[in-house]
Write a new protein. Structure first.
Length: 315
């Protein structure tokens, strides 16, 4: 069985039959557009794209895992604005000879990840392509709060992190070297564990700036520093190296802090808070904001890659 044999509309029917749409969806797939409730009167929106061979490999990850990753990349952006995700729109471009069950399992992963935050996949599009391409748009609700943007960090703020960094980067290195263990690291790459609720919680506790750590902690903090016109210093000792990561790093000849400080796709959330603020549960301090520019580690420039650039790879 192939996608060509099932046909575009047959595949759409098979995929949409597996999806739940979430409470915010007033009208789901089947019409020219979906209708999603926006009780705040504003909609937070973010789009991301995954291309086979660039963002995922089918010999490394199953379709469900790829669906989880595609959804997580967008849902994390919504959470990083201090908003709650409400819906996903997915455009899928696939080869005609692909087994349709792959698309169905991808939909299962997309739907399951969205369900973690009470959202759903409410619509999208499909097309034929020689390269599998997944474009996801996420929508979110601010619940009456102002968005937490990158440009609000102030000198004296505390830098804090929710979630973990380095796990997905370590898993990527393991897979790229031809291994499948340690399983915990590989699974972290295949299916990130995103602290979605930490974003709105940070907003309620007065976060001054926030960002989704998708391309590497230092690289993403660089966006905050530039947008806010400040310097950010990260404390290396704030990060404990887990045993599995330490053992893998020793076996592969890698500095584990290169994963922790520069590895992406864990989708942790980094935020700045006023010095007098009490950090919300799940957040831990990892550095400080000061006068100046750029990002440093323990007061000095970091000698190594800082993160991912889609056109220059690591930098």
């Amino acid at each position: 069985m192939t996608v060509a044999g099932v046909g575009e509309f047959g595949l759409i029917d098979r995929v949409t039959a597996r999806l739940a749409y979430g409470e915010s969806c007033l009208l789901g797939p089947g019409d020219d557009a979906a209708v999603v409730a926006a009780p705040d009167g504003r909609v937070v929106a973010s789009t991301d794209v995954l291309v086979e061979g660039r963002h995922f490999r089918r010999d490394w990850s199953g379709a469900r895992d790829i669906g989880h990753r595609a959804a997580a990349a967008n849902l994390a952006d919504i959470a990083a604005m201090g908003a709650t995700p409400t819906a996903l729109l997915v455009a899928l471009c696939i080869p005609a000879e692909l087994d349709p069950t792959w698309a169905e399992e991808l939909a299962d992963g997309l739907g399951a990840e969205a369900a973690l935050v009470g959202a759903g996949v409410v619509g999208g599009d499909m097309s034929a392509s020689s390269v599998i391409t997944i474009a996801v748009t996420a929508l979110g609700d601010l619940a009456g709060r102002p968005p937490v943007v990158r440009s609000g960090a102030r000198p004296g703020d505390v830098l804090a992190l929710a979630g973990r960094t380095g796990w997905a980067g370590a898993g990527y290195t393991v897979l790229s070297r031809g291994f499948r263990t340690p399983r915990l690291l590989v699974e972290a790459y295949r299916r990130p564990e995103v602290p979605y609720s930490a974003g709105p919680e940070a907003a309620r506790h007065g976060a001054t700036a926030m960002i989704d750590v998708s391309d590497g902690l230092l690289a993403d903090l660089g966006h905050v520093a530039k947008a806010s016109g400040v310097a950010i210093d990260v404390t290396r000792d704030a990060f404990e190296v887990p045993r599995q990561m330490r053992d893998a790093a020793q076996a592969l000849g890698v500095d584990p802090y290169s994963w922790i400080l520069a590895g992406g796709e864990d989708h942790a959330l980094a935020a700045t808070f006023p010095a007098a603020a009490t950090l919300p549960p799940g957040w831990r301090p990892i550095g400080r904001v000061a006068e100046g520019a750029g990002v440093t580690v323990d007061g000095a420039a970091y000698d190594g890659p800082t993160g991912w650039d889609h056109f220059r790879r690591a930098e």
